[in-house]
Write a protein that binds this ligand. Structure first.
Ligand SMILES: [Zn+2]
Length: 336
């Protein structure tokens, strides 16, 4: 059996013909396996969904209980048989509930890693290396220029700015699933114990994280309706990046725009977005994590998807690992 007989790209997503299922399909299908809850990977309208409990919960929070015809919980490390194909979910270290999916058939194992990172994240389980024949890797930050600094140091820069400008409101842009809660947790780990003010779009997911036992400390709504503008002087307000474009953001006193994203490595990108304090905090692997992971899993073949596919393919070839880009469409990760 050739690897592409087990998994191959289709317009709907990655398809397993012998098992008759898709992984992270971007269009409604009969049977979907979902790696994590970001909206480009987890869509509503499938017939049946197999995912971790957290990913199923997150999909229900975002789309409502009827997001799929039926659901099945995938327990980490427990093999599940689908039409004679064995699939096993393993932690991916990306966001709460995120998993890689190992697909095995006829003595071959392909690991679809979804989105992943290797740096420790107190809000989700650590990535697990799964030895395999073929490794499917994302390449969101697949260029050597992308090297993420320790997140702790970036949070240190934020707290330093808060103490330097006590009269200003620090507005931190962070994606609603994963990044926002990671920023909250990192602030708590750095000893920040004052209330964090959050945009309404973060409320449901943040309380879900708390129900899962991830301590985020006191969170309060960042509402300005009662006109008490001065209340937010010196405060940290966290909201989704999209909220920073609208009137909501301008209500705060002398706001200082921060953005927590791997893209903040690119200064021009920060400047264009009007970001005064760029925080390089990413839920994706940087170049060193991508290449280390490819070595660690021992795959003789690598398929590269969403992102800088060509550079990582070239790196693999120079390492003597056969590699090709998958050119899957429809993935614009909401959680960089
Ligand atoms: Zn993601």
């Amino acid at each position: 059996m050739r690897p592409r007989d087990l998994l191959c790209p289709k317009p709907e997503g990655l398809y397993c013909a012998p098992g008759d299922f898709f992984i992270d399909p971007v269009r409604p299908v009969a049977r979907a396996l979902v790696t994590h809850g970001h909206s480009d990977h987890a869509r509503s309208g499938h017939g049946a969904v197999l995912a971790t409990q957290e990913t199923l919960d997150i999909m229900a929070l975002r789309y409502g209980d009827g997001f799929a015809g039926s659901t099945q919980v995938a327990r980490l490390g427990e093999p599940v048989a689908i039409n004679g194909v064995t699939v096993t979910f393993h932690p991916a270290g990306h966001v709460l509930g995120s998993a890689q999916i190992a697909v095995e058939h006829g003595g071959m194992r392909i690991v679809a890693s979804g989105d992943y990172k290797r740096t420790p994240d107190p809000t989700c389980r650590a990535f697990e290396v799964v030895p395999c024949d073929v490794f499917i890797s994302e390449a969101t930050f697949g260029l050597p220029v992308f090297r993420h600094p320790p997140a702790r140091d970036e949070i240190g820069r934020l707290l330093k700015s808060v103490s330097q400008f006590p009269e200003r409101t620090h507005l931190v842009g962070a994606y609603a699933l994963g990044k926002a809660q990671r920023v909250m947790r990192l602030l708590r780990d750095a000893g920040y114990d004052r209330p964090l003010y959050i945009h309404g779009a973060l409320a449901k997911l943040s309380s879900y994280y708390q129900r899962c036992g991830i301590e985020l400390g006191p969170l309060e709504p960042a509402t300005t309706d009662n006109g008490a503008k001065r209340d937010f002087a010196g405060a940290i307000v966290i909201g989704p990046p999209s909220a920073f474009q609208d009137r909501w953001a301008r209500r705060f006193p002398d706001p200082l725009a921060c953005f927590a994203s791997g893209w903040m490595r690119i200064r021009q990108r920060a400047r264009q977005g009007g970001v005064e304090l760029p925080l390089i905090i990413s839920d994706h692997s940087d170049w060193d994590e991508l290449t280390a992971t490819i070595r660690d899993c021992g795959a003789s073949e690598v398929w590269v998807t969403h992102g800088r596919e060509e550079a990582l393919v070239r790196w693999c070839e120079l390492e003597g690992i056969s590699a090709r880009p998958l050119h899957l469409v429809g993935y614009e990760d909401e959680g960089d």
